[in-house]
Design a protein around this ligand. Structure first.
Ligand SMILES: Cc1cc2nc3c(=O)[nH]c(=O)nc-3n(C[C@H](O)[C@H](O)[C@H](O)COP(=O)(O)OP(=O)(O)OC[C@H]3O[C@@H](n4cnc5c(N)ncnc54)[C@H](O)[C@@H]3O)c2cc1C
Ligand SMILES: *[C@@H]1O[C@H](CO)[C@@H](O)[C@H](O)[C@H]1NC(C)=O
Ligand SMILES: *[C@@H]1O[C@H](CO)[C@@H](O)[C@H](O)[C@H]1NC(C)=O
Ligand SMILES: *[C@@H]1O[C@H](CO)[C@@H](O)[C@H](O)[C@H]1NC(C)=O
Ligand SMILES: *[C@@H]1O[C@H](CO)[C@@H](O)[C@H](O)[C@H]1NC(C)=O
Ligand SMILES: *[C@@H]1O[C@H](CO)[C@@H](O)[C@H](O)[C@H]1NC(C)=O
Ligand SMILES: *[C@@H]1O[C@H](CO)[C@@H](O)[C@H](O)[C@H]1NC(C)=O
Ligand SMILES: *[C@@H]1O[C@H](CO)[C@@H](O)[C@H](O)[C@H]1NC(C)=O
Ligand SMILES: *[C@@H]1O[C@H](CO)[C@@H](O)[C@H](O)[C@H]1NC(C)=O
Length: 603
């Protein structure tokens, strides 16, 4: 029996290794998140979940609702406990630098970005990207999910059938300042009974917000007001909703592994445990099976056994990386790296899809901007102190106040010979985020910014490996702006944003553009986009689901890896397309339904 200690032990465990593998699962309650493998009562479980990220913790929570199932979550990253930059909504930026909360990935040079490479942050912390993302809560459109259903042949992925899962996930929460939210969202499309908090922000930037809302009155055809962009019909402009509750970030770790759940006797979470590959391969009726996963901690290797299923929730980079190192992928590519190929599944890591983003900024005639805090240390400290006292004030939210969702004009698409890349007429092509401040504001000025995202990129990239060492970084290619329509969409977005800021309401507010793009030729606009675009960090599709009989794809519509038994993938890598939205809500909903699919198989 292994001794458990209440604090992190830096001493190498004396008797670990294969001996541990044979330990049976023991019943006593250990009731928490473990830092050291020696603290675990054993390494044999019904389910082993790889990755305690956004999706993984949902699955862990739902499976352990059944007291007969034992679950181990293996997370490579560190604890989220007390990580101020993750808890305080305003401080998110500092988490994205190279630090212990980060995998520190970058993409390969992107030809579509004139050879630049761009960061591809992935969280290395319990809660995964939900613990370091921008907290924007957007579900996408009915068409996005109906397209999931159509390409997989499974109506279970349609909007109507997923709505109950959105509701299981979402715990609608009043904003921290308790302002009157009438006219800012539609309660009918939200749930107060789910697990992860979602709220409107505090009304901290009323002057800026007034101008944004006024634009929807002055330009109702181009920029109609949308009461609630999470109704499945997101087109228009409305108030941002965020995964924040009580002025604090809500993550899959703080919610799904919250105090009311983490004490379940059948739920164990191990940190600092990086899975290298699937092991104990076998065959059952011609299909590939694995008995467990190999992971490393503190320089030693261990094996965790899964009697029922291994569930990969390591995210759009981690999941294909583990599959490839386990011999599942393109056979020729694996053989070239001397990795024995166990299953030729060429789609692993292919069709990687991410949304390019870039921004426009203006200086403004107002001091009610983020610069008033970010450029003034006194105000910054005051705001921080206010948050420390009350979880209120500007630090209780991110900077963005509103989001707009637009479609390209059908006529413009047609005359340029482009096929509509969106999932349907409710799906926007363009997102514009409105922020009373800009990272490129000149010192001493105040600014606003409009962030533009190309939501349905046609370009595809890949996540591959170029080494047989599972601890080497995978090769991430987001394939940005390879297709003409992606650049075209960016250009059209700029034109629409410039028109918006010509509305009368902005005339006394805006002073001058920070970078003037107003009269640029299309070629010059293309260069502006290629030279400034970066990633929305919405990488998906690297282990995509497809119909049962499809000749491509990685998982079936029930998320089981094609050609295997007992191996499932539940995370953002299974999306067959990126939704016309930020991707965490879609990840949560895929995880909620994914957990139900597992339960259906075993209950
Ligand atoms: C910087 C950033 C900002 C974003 N902003 C937003 C936003 O504002 N709104 C929004 O909706 N979406 C946003 N997203 C996207 C969204 O957060 C992700 O799409 C979603 O959280 C992905 O969830 P996941 O479960 O697939 O992966 P993750 O949440 O990344 O979880 C994967 C987990 O697996 C672990 N892991 C990986 N490999 C291994 C291994 N070998 N062994 C053990 N553990 C492993 C990782 O450490 C991680 O904890 C953002 C993403 C990023 C990176
Ligand atoms: C990312 O970089 C930081 C700083 O160099 C380092 O401490 C951290 O361990 C790195 N993350 C990983 C997963 O290697
Ligand atoms: C990529 O996805 C498309 C469908 O969107 C499919 O036709 C194609 O085969 C996929 N490619 C790979 C390598 O999986
Ligand atoms: C800013 O607005 C004030 C009135 O509110 C006006 O007097 C001033 O000229 C404006 N400044 C600029 C630079 O537009
Ligand atoms: C910074 O903020 C403080 C407190 O509000 C204020 O007194 C000071 O003038 C500000 N400094 C500048 C340079 O604006
Ligand atoms: C707020 O609390 C954090 C974490 O305890 C601390 O690091 C920070 O200095 C505090 N800031 C202020 C201004 O009180
Ligand atoms: C669109 O296709 C038509 C017919 O092939 C061609 O004449 C026209 O030049 C194309 N337009 C553009 C903008 O490429
Ligand atoms: C693998 O790719 C990375 C870029 O992601 C590069 O730095 C590295 O040199 C490559 N290694 C090999 C062996 O090709
Ligand atoms: C752009 O061109 C228009 C029309 O020629 C002109 O009125 C406007 O001042 C120009 N804008 C800039 C910023 O040069």
């Amino acid at each position: 029996m292994i001794q458990r200690s209440s604090s992190y032990s830096s001493h190498p465990p004396p008797m670990l290794g294969r001996a541990l593998v044979t330990l049976a699962y023991l019943a006593p309650c250990f009731c928490k998140v473990y830092e050291d493998v020696t603290q675990l009562p054993g390494l044999s479980y019904d389910f082993v979940i790889v990755g305690g990220g956004t999706a993984g913790n949902v699955v862990a929570n739902r499976l352990t609702e059944n007291p007969d199932f034992s679950v181990l979550v293996l997370e490579a990253g560190v604890s989220n406990e007390g990580v101020t930059d993750s808890i305080v909504p305003f401080l998110v930026e500092s988490l994205l630098q190279p630090n212990i909360y980060e995998w520190n990935y970058t993409t390969v040079p992107q030809p579509g970005l004139n050879g630049r490479n761009v960061g591809n942050p992935r969280a290395h912390i319990l809660g995964g990207c939900s613990a370091h993302n921008g907290m924007v809560y957007t579900r996408g459109s009915v068409d996005d999910y109906n397209r999931f259903a159509a390409v997989t042949g499974d109506p279970g992925w349609s909007w109507d059938r997923l709505l109950p899962y959105f509701f299981k996930n979402e715990k609608w929460t009043p904003p921290v300042d308790h302002h009157d939210t009438q006219g800012q969202y539609n309660p009918a499309v939200h749930s107060t009974k789910g697990i992860n908090s979602v709220s409107l922000g505090r009304l901290y930037w009323p002057i800026f917000s007034k101008h944004v809302i006024e634009s929807t009155k002055e330009l109702p055809d181009e920029w109609p007001f949308n009461l609630d962009m999470n109704s499945g019909k997101p087109l228009g402009l409305g108030w941002i909703q965020s995964t924040i509750g009580g002025g604090m970030r809500s993550t899959s770790a703080t919610s799904y592994l919250g105090p009311e759940f983490i004490h379940r006797q059948n739920l164990h979470v191990l940190l600092h445990a990086q899975v290298s590959k699937l092991v104990d391969a076998g065959r059952v009726s011609g299909k590939l099976t694995f008995g467990g996963v190999q992971f490393a901690q503190g320089g030693s290797f261990f094996t965790a056994k899964a009697a029922k299923e291994i569930i990969l929730s390591a995210g759009s980079v981690g999941t294909p990386n583990i599959l490839l190192h386990s011999g599942i992928g393109d056979e020729a590519a694996l053989t070239a790296l001397d990795i024995p190929s166990l299953l030729d599944l060429p789609s692993v890591g292919k069709n990687a899809t991410d949304q390019p983003v870039f921004g426009l900024g203006w200086t403004v005639n107002s001091t009610q901007t983020l610069e008033s805090i970010s450029q003034n240390e006194t105000r910054f400290n005051e705001a921080f102190a206010q948050w420390n006292r009350s979880h209120n004030g500007p630090f209780s939210a991110g900077g963005t106040t509103h989001l707009g969702w637009l479609r390209l004009d059908p006529q413009t698409l047609a005359t340029n010979n482009f096929t509509d890349p969106s999932a349907g007429h409710n799906s926007p092509h363009i997102e514009v985020s409105f922020t009373p401040g800009s990272l490129s504001a000149p010192p001493g000025s105040n600014a606003l910014s409009a962030g533009i995202a190309v939501l349905n990129p046609v370009s595809r990239g890949s996540v591959t490996i170029n080494s047989s060492n599972p601890f080497d970084s995978p090769v991430i290619d987001v394939g940005f702006l390879q297709s003409d329509i992606d650049v075209f969409t960016g250009r059209e977005a700029i034109k629409k944003v410039l028109k918006l800021f010509e509305a009368p309401t902005w005339q006394d507010y805006i002073i001058a553009p920070i970078v003037d793009v107003e009269n640029l030729s299309d070629d010059a606009l293309n260069q502006f986009i290629r030279n400034s675009a970066s990633s929305a960090f919405h990488l998906v599709g690297t282990a995509a689901m497809s119909a049962k009989d499809a000749r491509y794809g990685v998982v079936d519509p029930d998320l089981l890896v094609k050609g295997t038994i007992g191996l499932r993938i539940i995370d953002a890598s299974v999306f067959p397309y990126v939704p016309s939205a930020h991707t965490q809500a879609a990840t949560y909903v895929v995880a909620e339904r994914g957990a139900d699919l597992v339960k259906e198989a075993w209950e």
